[in-house]
Design a protein around this ligand. Structure first.
Ligand SMILES: [Fe+2]
Ligand SMILES: [Fe+2]
Length: 129
C-alpha cells in the first residue's frame, strides 16, 4: 500500500539525525491517521491517535526549540510562535472533530498536514540548519 504522505529526503532532510527521525515519525503518524480514517476506524480510535500525534508534535517542537537555543538561532522567537500557532490549529482540528457529528475526519485536516510538510518542515525548519 502506498502512503499518502511521503518522506522525501531531498526535501525534508536537515542533517540533524534526531530531528530528521522525528520528522519521519511525524509523517508516519500522519499516514496512520489518514489510513485509519480511510478504513473508517471508530471515531474514538481516531481521536486517540490524533491525541498521540499532538503529544508527539509537542515533544518534537520542544526538541527543536532546545536545538535552536543551543545553536543560538537568531529567529527562534519567530519559529517558536509558528510552532505555537501550528499546535493551536492542530488542537482546533481535534476539537472540531470531537464535537462534530461526522464519524470521519474532515479533508481540511489532511490539507493542513500537507501544508505543514511543504511549508514548515521543508522551508522553516531548514532555516535553523
Ligand atoms: Fe520540525
Ligand atoms: Fe519547526
Amino acid at each position: 500500500m502506498s502512503s499518502y504522505f511521503i518522506w522525501d529526503a531531498q526535501l525534508f532532510e536537515l542533517g540533524i539525525s534526531n530531528l530528521d527521525q522525528e520528522h519521519q515519525k511525524l509523517i508516519s503518524l500522519m499516514n496512520l491517521i489518514y489510513e485509519k480514517n480511510q478504513s473508517a476506524s471508530p471515531k474514538e480510535e481516531l481521536l486517540k491517535i490524533m491525541n498521540e500525534f499532538i503529544d508527539f508534535v509537542l515533544l518534537h517542537f520542544h526538541h527543536e526549540e532546545s536545538h535552536m537555543e543551543k545553536i543560538k538561532f537568531s529567529d527562534l522567537h519567530n519559529h517558536r510562535s509558528i510552532h505555537h500557532r501550528l499546535l493551536s490549529q492542530l488542537k482546533q482540528h481535534h476539537q472540531d472533530f470531537e464535537s462534530g457529528s461526522s464519524e470521519k475526519i474532515n479533508e481540511s485536516f489532511f490539507d493542513f498536514l500537507a501544508l505543514w510538510l511543504t511549508t514548515h518542515i521543508q522551508h522553516f525548519d531548514r532555516q535553523y540548519t
